[in-house]
Design a protein around this ligand. Sequence first.
Ligand SMILES: NC(=O)c1ccc[n+]([C@@H]2O[C@H](COP(=O)([O-])OP(=O)(O)OC[C@H]3O[C@@H](n4cnc5c(N)ncnc54)[C@H](O)[C@@H]3O)[C@@H](O)[C@H]2O)c1
Length: 279
Amino acid sequence: MKQLRDLTAVITGAASGIGLELARRAAAEGMRLVLADIDSARLETAAASLELSGDRLLLQRTDVSREHEVLALADAAFARFGGVHLLCNNAGVGLTRVSWEMSTADWNWVLGVDLWSVIYGIQHFLPRMLQQPDAGHVVNTASVAGLLSTPGMAAYNVAKHGVVTLSETLYGELLAAKARVGVSLLCPAWVPTLIHESARNRPQRFGAARPAAGLSAAYEAKSAQAVKSGRLTAADMANAVFDAVAEDRFYVIPHRRINNAIQLRMDDILNLRNPTQLG
Ligand SMILES: NC(=O)c1ccc[n+]([C@@H]2O[C@H](COP(=O)([O-])OP(=O)(O)OC[C@H]3O[C@@H](n4cnc5c(N)ncnc54)[C@H](O)[C@@H]3O)[C@@H](O)[C@H]2O)c1
């Protein structure tokens, strides 16, 4: 999709980080925006920074881990602007713990926000996007965690691997259906955002995670440090996404130096070698 002016973008997790930069770039392209986030106060502040007129903007508090809230978001977006052309399933959370210290609630929270949200987005937006006369595009934010298996991030890795294969599957299906809707998959490595403070938005129904200790605490500190020292910015991610949408390109992996780790994992698999541990 090359011409985006006056088309409508829906972006989840738009109050912060990569989602906010996707919104900023979509606004710069002249799109109408539907911005969703669980944190309505931060979403208001973020949206104000875009300086858009009210008739081009819809803000909706949405917990993307709840199906009826994603359905309500789709209903609101189509009702308000008559169509959705760019859907960014971007909201996500991280939790760093060794697998055996994660509770069922921990798993449900991470899989709910990071994987089920994308499934709900496809279920509730895509059928209507496919019926539109206009072209459309879906962008799913996964992570290089969907291509690697870094210790200490089990639920995140599982969710993001799910988003990768879901998106690859969807790509083939849309092609077979000769649909005018494309799909891209964003897989960032470390980007300085608030992802390391994800617990701030953990819904009450999941309770709180037990404080990390021992190896879990070491992994938690290491991943927070890696996020904070990420060299590419959230704006770099947004620019890479919009380039891919314009070129109808599927894989968006802006951190090119991660290729070595991906190659190593593939070689481990193909050579039946035990998983190589990095760093
Ligand atoms: N920052 C990184 O290093 C990195 C790396 C790879 C992938 N990602 C992915 O990028 C995406 C955006 O994350 P970010 O880095 O910008 O983090 P961020 O914390 O800055 O932004 C995430 C946004 O999602 C929102 N959110 C959290 N739970 C939600 C829910 N239940 N419903 C709706 N919104 C919810 C938060 O309020 C926040 O505004 C996520 O999918 C994340 O997994 C980030």
